[in-house]
Design a protein around this ligand. Structure first.
Ligand code: PLP
Length: 433
């Protein structure tokens, strides 16, 4: 690792030529993006030959690490058999095997599944089934929520930059409640707001919630919140869908973050880490939500060409086996501790850390101006400085002030320690400027 030694000339050249193909608004040209050519374990390499320790898990996908040998072997094996089946018409055997493995990890035995490729697809499934089952199109979502950017999911996503350009297309079907602070100081007020929405016509058909808000800034609700939310949903006869696209598949330790509270949601959405780098997501539903289309005959009203995509399913099986075989979920607490320690050190050294929060390998360090106050562009500058120091990380939160530290569970402790040291240096350098 260490300082990226070779410059970024080839990346810049390639991106400049790409710029003629990409529509504006897809990638910020000022960021200084790198063009990646290789990945292995917790490392990434760019076209200039620079290596990075990946503290982003590539948006949370590489939970078992990049190109895990078991995932690669499973994909190769599957590719030699069948690359694509006929989804809902003639499913492939490997998708059935994956679903049986998933079923053993769920909080109740009666979940049914719709497989898909992106996290947003899984949310679309949940929202469509909820509207079909309840006859009510409304959604209760939380301020700061991110559930994906396809049109249905965007109704639930509550971060303005993603909604504003497409406002003309939105049905504004979501009503929002505040997301509670971790210290519980406002949780009664939040639950009262939820109760009010669930009682006031038009009553929503579904409540969608992230157990930890990811893109909203790694925001952790207080213990007990999910449990109370589930109780309110049950009392009101409104479906509860827990979006575990970011938090699921052991990112915080347990298979599902919501498991910690003993919640049995009507719907659970998984994606990102599930396919170990191959596109794979799933919406798991039970009870009346799963029964929404019962009695329907003829054309399947909700499906996709790539439903049950064999390469994704084979990779998913390998991910689940690898988690068990390598005992990866048990590494989450040590990763959390290392990041917490580093964050507190940075806080003392720079005065530029407002808060360290998260769980397991889903951590956020909120940046502030040294000594306090809004961070301005400090978060973005630290992220870019970290890139030049050989560490890949992203920032989250509406103010772009939360360093998202979410390494693969398989990251060697020494890599994590060195990468955190480099991020600390990046913060020190930028906080001084
Ligand atoms: C909680 C959550 N839900 C849904 C999504 C959407 O997933 P995708 O980008 O794969 O559509 C994301 C992506 O970041 C997410 O964090």
């Amino acid at each position: 690792m260490a300082r990226a030694p070779r410059g970024t000339r080839d990346s810049e050249r390639l991106l400049a030529s790409l710029g003629t193909l990409e529509p504006p608004g897809i990638r910020d040209p000022a960021l200084g993006s790198r063009v990646l050519v290789r990945a292995q374990g917790s490392r990434l390499k760019d076209v200039d030959g620079n290596w990075y320790v990946d503290l982003s898990s590539a948006f949370g996908v590489a939970t078992v690490g990049h190109r895990h040998p078991a995932v690669m072997a499973a994909v190769r094996r599957q590719a030699s058999r069948i690359l694509h089946g006929l989804g809902d018409l003639h499913p492939v055997e490997v998708s059935e095997r994956l679903l049986r493995m998933l079923a053993r990890r769920l909080p109740a035995p009666d979940y049914r599944a719709v497989l898909s490729l992106n996290g947003a697809d899984a949310i679309e499934t949940a929202l469509k089934f909820a509207a079909a089952a309840s006859g009510r199109p409304g959604i209760l979502a939380f301020e700061g929520a991110y559930h994906g950017l396809s049109l249905g999911a965007l109704e639930a996503t509550q971060l303005p930059p993603f909604r504003t350009p497409f406002q003309a297309l939105l049905g504004n079907r979501a009503r929002t409640a505040p997301f509670p602070r971790q210290d519980g100081s406002d949780v009664d007020r939040v639950l009262e707001a939820v109760r009010g929405i669930l009682r006031t016509p038009p009553v929503p058909g579904v409540v969608v919630v992230e157990p930890i808000q990811g893109r909203g800034g790694i925001r952790v609700p207080p213990p007990g919140f999910l449990r109370e939310l589930a109780d309110l949903c049950r009392e009101a006869g409104v479906f509860l869908v827990v979006d575990e696209v970011m938090t699921g598949v052991h990112r915080t330790g347990p298979f599902l973050r919501s498991q910690a509270e003993g919640v049995v949601p009507d719907g659970i959405c998984l994606g990102k880490g599930l396919g170990g780098g191959v596109p794979l997501s799933v919406c798991l539903m039970r009870g009346p939500l799963a029964e929404a289309l019962r009695g329907w005959t003829g054309e399947a009203p909700h499906t996709w060409t790539f439903l049950g995509y064999p390469l994704g399913c084979a990779a998913g099986i390998a991910v689940l086996r690898t988690m068990d075989r390598e005992d990866l979920p048990h590494r989450a607490p040590a990763i959390e501790e290392a990041i917490r320690e580093a964050g507190h050190r940075w806080s003392l050294e720079t005065g530029a850390v407002a808060e360290v929060r998260g769980a397991g390998a889903l951590m956020g360090v909120q940046i502030q101006a040294p000594g306090g106050g809004p961070a301005g562009d400090l978060g973005v500058r630290v992220m870019r400085r970290a890139w030049t120091r050989g560490v890949m990380l992203t920032i989250e939160g509406p103010e772009a002030d939360v360093l998202a530290l979410m390494p693969p569970l398989s990251i060697p402790p020494r890599d994590l320690a060195r990468a955190l040291q480099q991020v600390g240096e990046a913060l020190r350098e930028e906080a001084r400027r």
